[in-house]
Design a protein around this ligand. Sequence first.
Ligand code: TXA
Ligand code: MG
Length: 355
Amino acid sequence: YWNLNKQIKGNEFALVIQEAASEIKMGNTIAFPTETVYGLGADATSTEAVSKIFQAKGRPADNPLIVHISNKNQLQGLVDSVTDKANQIMDRFWPGPLTMILPLKKEAKLSKKVTAGLDTVAVRMPDHPIALKLIEQANRPIAAPSANRSGKPSPTEAKHVKEDLDGRIKGLIDGGETGVGIESTVIQIKEDYIYILRPGSITKSQLQEITPFVEFSYEKEVPDKSLNHEQIPRSPGIKYKHYAPNGSLTIIKGENKQKVMLTIQSAIDEAKGRGEKTGILTFIEREKDYDADLVIAYGSQSRIDEAAHDLYAALRMFDENKITTIFAEGCSEEGIGLAVMNRLRKASGNQVVQV
Ligand code: TXA
Ligand code: MG
């Protein structure tokens, strides 16, 4: 366990990175911060190393991993060629919270476990000094899913990683709270289209600066009728239940905040009557107006990036306090809010009520 909180240069930084990188080279797992969430990294070229990731997380073997690189040159070992459009996207958004699904090279220097046998590989260049330096020093691509036990919210602080994986991993670099707070946007380019397989902080409208043809391609609560292209790409991870808190979670959405509030409070009162331990996820604007065993505000409703930053820590807090019934106020689906609602929907098992 190394602490580099707020330390991103100097002797100690260099020393820690060197030690962690040598563990990666020896085939061990190291958890490290990225700008989105903490990742659990291992040498992507070694099947033995990558197996340790699946084992530590309890992750199903058919769910492929993202390969993290620090330099575009590392793409040469992974993919045959990169199209102009793909290049344009990388140059615009890397390093950053964008993962690209690319055609896998036949003789790629990559463990087959990383791609779960698919003919594509997910690649991303994280925008974090610790992650970038670690990859550079390890001198090889690092496979890294989020550093949580499978089914838990992704870790946005080192202590979340410890809660989930203590004793199951070789090391952890504490780099403080992660910035974005939810996982990267995952995209795949097919012919003229960019498909968004997982929404994140890089939004559809940002991608539309590259091409107007950007489509969502993941399961929403209502099937999107506009998606009738052949062979729409999907992300295997989508089918697993994710981010679930231990208590039951219901999301209440609506324009009329007074109505949202009354609906939540009366449902909470009813749950209390049944002997449930109750929790509410709201915004600072209404935090004081609610009555429950635990009320958490995930930022201000007018700054949805705060909701993204705080969401997973909040879900973990409900668990820590053994809350059995949670009601959450949905957020606006503008910008990164779409990704926040996507994660909340999953966490609730799609229990979304519009009022
Ligand atoms: O922000 C992030 O992306 C974080 C940090 C650590 O980089 N990583 C992350 O990894 O969220 P993970 O494993 O939790 O999510 C990876 C997602 C999964 O939904 C997986 O199914 C999908 O990417 N994926 C990986 N390879 C794929 C492929 N070849 N085709 C389609 N989807 C793929
Ligand atoms: Mg994950």
